[in-house]
Design a protein around this ligand. Structure first.
Ligand SMILES: Nc1ncnc2c1ncn2[C@@H]1O[C@H](COP(=O)(O)O)[C@@H](OP(=O)(O)O)[C@H]1O
Ligand SMILES: CCC(=O)SCCNC(=O)CCNC(=O)[C@H](O)C(C)(C)COP(=O)(O)O
Ligand SMILES: [Mg+2]
Length: 222
């Protein structure tokens, strides 16, 4: 099996499918698309920098995504629609692999990550109202200790991973932390089948249990 086939097989083992479909329907929902691609024989992930003019998470690094709208048929539809709106990614060119376990953020938004492969030749067309920059980086970056730290963020999370990535193409230094870092670390570990050099915080063979525990604890506080 080649790198891409291995990653797909490994990610599919952790597909959440409809396991979370019985959560309270009233919870506001959002999806993020975690776009993977092959570049120079390695798996890469695509990330965006949010416009500084947005009301929420201004200037932060995140995956393409956003809130569910009434016309969306499911979480995957939301992720694909948002990616098309934000970076001009044509939905029909995307190979969706699976949905992973959803995460409840501080604002009570239930966020479903959708992992997908996109074409290596994709050229982003960022919508400047929402996205100021798009970049890709090797997925294995999220398994290395070199540019990683882990620290508590008072009243927001438990410990959060944080990475400082210097994009060799632009020289820009991007901080990737919080939800986005947690998702990137998870997808890197699953897709590459590799434990990071730092403490992962969940069992690589059964990540769903840890995510389900966190979700249940959060739901019980609503
Ligand atoms: N054309 C546009 N100009 C400015 N802001 C926009 C916009 N389209 C969407 N937004 C805002 O960008 C944020 C992210 O949208 P989305 O969920 O579609 O990704 C939302 O704000 P809030 O985060 O304040 O709700 C939304 O209102
Ligand atoms: C969830 C809170 C954090 O993790 S803040 C730390 C760094 N920032 C991020 O990881 C961005 C998190 N936010 C998002 O990905 C999006 O705001 C969203 C998917 C929750 C909702 O999308 P929208 O585009 O409508 O803001
Ligand atoms: Mg968005």
């Amino acid at each position: 099996m080649d790198l891409k086939e291995k990653a797909i097989a490994s990610l599919k083992k952790h597909a959440s499918g409809d396991a979370f479909s019985r959560l309270p329907a009233a919870l506001p929902k959002a999806s993020v698309l975690i776009p993977l691609l092959l570049r120079h024989g390695k798996l890469h992930a695509l990330l965006t920098v949010r416009s500084v003019n947005l009301k929420h998470h201004a200037g932060e690094v995140c995956f393409p995504g956003g809130k569910s709208e009434s016309g969306d048929t499911d979480e995957t539809h939301t992720a694909l629609r948002e990616a098309e709106e934000e970076i001009g990614l044509p939905s029909h060119t995307v190979q969706v692999i699976c949905k992973l376990f959803p995460v409840l953020n501080k604002a009570g938004l239930l966020i479903t990550p959708v992992v997908a492969f996109i074409e290596s030749s994709f050229t982003p067309r960022p919508n400047a109202d929402e996205v100021s920059e798009v970049f890709t980086l090797p997925l294995e970056f999220f398994t290395k200790e070199a540019d990683h730290s882990c620290y508590p963020v008072p009243s927001v999370f438990g410990p959060t991973h944080s990475f400082m990535y210097t994009d060799p193409r632009t020289g820009h230094i991007h901080q990737i932390w919080g939800l986005t870092a947690a998702l990137a670390v998870t997808v890197a570990a699953l897709a590459l089948g590799k434990k990071p050099e730092f403490e992962l915080g969940f069992d690589l063979d059964d990540p769903a249990s840890a995510f389900r525990d966190v979700l249940n604890r959060r739901l019980s506080k609503l």
